[in-house]
Design a protein around this ligand. Structure first.
Ligand code: PDD
Length: 288
């Protein structure tokens, strides 16, 4: 697969792709992003990602770099040029380049960059059968976690703490002891047959996969409750799971070293995973 990137209207070799050192994305993380799954050469849930990107740009007052239709065309062209089959499309829009100053001038021209990298979705099948461990860490992020910005330092450190503890993900826990979400995934438990996930507040990213899993649960007649849950409730739950574009339903079998349920993936996670793979197959033709 050739490695080509898109930066501000040009397709260039990834190794040569660059932005200005005074780009506000670099200097202030004044920037939003999306990660979209490419399966069988096709984009999964493109509308969900494009809509969220537009909303986030609006929240931060960053002008849209191009229409949604043009963005979709540009992304698909980059995927085709990279001859990507199973991959992750990364899209980043920064407020643009200017002499360093915290405040910004009106009418700045945003920077748009996209990359595509190969990604093995089939590895998730084995992980779904085994499950993964999570650890809990204090949620040190800013107050607008509903906006997908590249200001991810707290997430980066949380994920690194998880890796240091031999876990796959870190769950970010608020002062009230409830779980907001993972460092890069949404968080779920199953208690008494009900699928529970934190509601969409400023502490939670509205995951595109989260929406797909709620829809899948409804199709499977699994009741869904969007409400906070505490770490203690998660530890006592029958099942736990995480979801994201890169992790379409992964059972959590250990929280802070203690087993969830009997310490193996549960039936609700398995049914949801099956439904999500079906949805992927319908949209893209991909079967793991
Ligand atoms: N992360 N919560 C956080 C903090 C995330 O960073 C992500 C996605 C999600 C799940 O969102 P979605 O289902 O739309 O992927 C939830 C991406 C994959 C990343 O940063 O790599």
């Amino acid at each position: 697969m050739p490695r080509l990137a898109y930066v501000d209207g040009r397709v260039v070799p990834l190794a040569a792709a660059a932005v200005n050192v005074e780009d506000r994305g670099l200097q202030f993380a004044d920037s939003v992003y999306e990660v979209v799954a490419v399966l069988n050469g096709r984009l999964l849930d493109w509308n969900g990602h494009a809509t969220r990107l537009a909303r986030n740009l609006g929240e931060l007052g960053i002008p849209v770099p191009m229409t949604e239709a043009a963005l979709g065309l540009t992304a698909r062209r980059l995927i085709a040029l990279n001859r990507a089959r199973e991959a992750l499309l990364y899209i980043q829009v920064t407020r643009g380049t200017a002499r360093r100053d915290h405040a910004f001038a009106a009418g700045m021209r945003p920077t748009l960059a996209m990359t595509v990298r190969p990604f093995d979705f089939a590895q998730r099948v084995a992980q779904q059968a085994k499950g993964v461990a999570v650890v809990t860490v204090p949620d040190d992020r800013w107050g607008r976690c509903d906006i997908k910005t590249t200001g991810l330092l707290a997430n980066v450190l949380a994920k690194q703490a998880a890796r240091g503890a031999g876990a796959f993900e870190a769950w970010l826990v608020g002062r009230d002891d409830t779980v907001a979400e993972g460092a890069s995934t949404n968080a779920w438990i199953v208690a008494g047959g009900v699928l529970v996930t934190p509601p969409l507040t400023s502490r939670v990213l509205p995951g595109v996969m989260r929406a797909a899993v709620i829809e899948a649960a409804e199709g499977l007649q699994v009741r869904v409750e969007e409400r906070p849950f505490a770490v203690a409730e998660a530890r006592a739950a029958d099942e736990a799971l995480i979801t994201s574009t890169t992790v379409p339903v992964l059972p959590v079998v250990r929280i802070d070293g203690a087993p969830v349920g009997d310490g193996t993936p549960g039936p609700v996670a398995a049914r949801l995973a099956g439904a999500v793979w079906d949805r992927i197959a319908v949209q893209t033709g991909y079967c793991p």
